[in-house]
Design a protein around this ligand. Structure first.
Ligand SMILES: Nc1ncnc2c1ncn2[C@@H]1O[C@H](COP(=O)(O)OP(=O)(O)OP(=O)(O)O)[C@@H](O)[C@H]1O
Ligand SMILES: [Mg+2]
Length: 337
């Protein structure tokens, strides 16, 4: 059996079909995947050894982002969105960005929530800190916890009134996108403002987005809005990479009891209905809030912890989906001819 016939754990497709580069020599295997998978290397080595029927594989997992459809030196733009506000979009976005970084990718995060920017606070960027300006018009992203970031909150003061009209919002966002000097990114995570109105639609059309991730909580009302989110991206031909269910299970810190406060299996329902993947489920956990509020999101604060492991799994999963889309793309063009 050959390494190329090994089925990727996230995609169920063989590495050969996905176009992974494989080099073997004795029990040494080097594989280049289209998603960053540092945290998965040990598990892959064990599974690959079992698949090949050998005692041990000395596995070296590398990463090369699929050829992007992004802009400038940004390979892939990934929008993190939700229909409803307050479901944990920003918290999920920043933790996924950090998770992709820890897995081995070069990552930036753009806070597109012009009304209520929150990435500065969550990344622990000191209030009042301004990005460096180059050539009088370009902004140097602010580095925090290993990732590059840009947010409207870096440019306005608390006393600046945030009275924006729709066109101004898309204008401001476009400016943030075009005038930020991103330094060679594999992934730019965009933390979208809440809702599925005109502004969101315009933004998704103005930005070359490779894929979208929909965040939802399990309540019916949030699920309804998650459906609208999926439909909105479909309308503008942006692939939905999957759904993340946030605040799905509550672990009582005192007694260890688990409770589905908002009901169970909601994200799964939405995912099934629309034929998209359920990328993962994050618990309702006080530390997620405390860490983000304190400027050290969970994945930065405790990268090897239990909750960070879920974010890292979701991050690999969504990047793997993007890779699969890319692997499919040439076939689609061939069919068209
Ligand atoms: N899994 C979680 N467990 C506990 N608290 C969480 C979790 N996810 C998010 N929170 C908290 O819930 C609140 C809302 O989260 P967040 O700001 O990320 O939501 P949002 O969808 O971006 O909101 P908005 O629509 O206002 O932009 C924050 O206080 C955050 O710390
Ligand atoms: Mg937010």
């Amino acid at each position: 059996m050959k390494v190329e016939q090994f089925r990727d754990p996230y995609l169920g497709t063989t590495w050969g079909e996905l176009g992974a580069q494989v080099l073997t020599s004795g029990n040494k295997v080097g594989v280049t995947l289209g998603y960053p998978a540092r945290g998965l290397a040990d598990r892959l080595a064990v599974e690959l050894a079992a698949f090949l029927g050998v005692a041990q594989v000395d596995l070296d997992v590398r990463f090369m982002a699929p050829a992007g459809r992004g802009f400038g030196n940004v390979k892939h733009v990934i929008a993190v969105a939700s229909g409803k506000g307050g479901v944990g979009k920003s918290t999920t976005a920043v933790n996924l960005a950090l998770a992709l970084d820890r897995e081995g990718a070069k990552v930036g995060i753009l806070d597109a929530d012009i009304y209520g920017p929150s990435q500065g606070m969550m990344l622990g960027v000191q209030e009042g800190r301004r990005p460096e300006v180059k050539d009088e018009k370009n902004l140097v992203p602010i580095k925090a916890h290993g990732i590059q970031s840009m947010s409207m909150s870096f440019l306005v003061t608390e006393s600046t009134p945030m009275v924006w009209r729709g066109p101004m919002v898309s204008g401001a966002l476009q400016q943030l996108l075009n005038q930020t000097l991103w330094d060679d990114l594999d992934y730019l995570i965009v933390d979208m403002p809440p809702g599925t109105g005109d502004i969101q639609l315009t933004l998704s059309q103005k930005v070359p987005v490779s894929g979208a991730v929909i965040v939802t909580t399990p309540q019916d009302i949030a699920l309804l809005d998650a459906r609208k989110g999926v439909e909105m991206f479909r309308k503008v031909d942006i692939p939905v990479l999957g759904v993340v269910e946030n605040m799905s299970v509550y672990h009582c810190p005192n007694c260890g009891h688990e409770n589905h406060l908002f009901g169970a299996g909601g994200g799964e329902k939405v995912a099934e209905e629309f034929g998209v993947a359920l990328l993962g489920e994050l618990p309702l956990a006080i530390e997620i809030r405390v860490q983000a509020d304190g400027g050290r999101p969970t994945v930065a604060d405790d990268p090897d912890g239990e909750v960070a492991a879920i974010y890292r799994d979701v991050a690999r999963h969504l990047a793997a989906r993007l890779w699969a889309l890319d692997a499919d793309a040439p076939q689609i063009t061939m069919d068209d001819n």
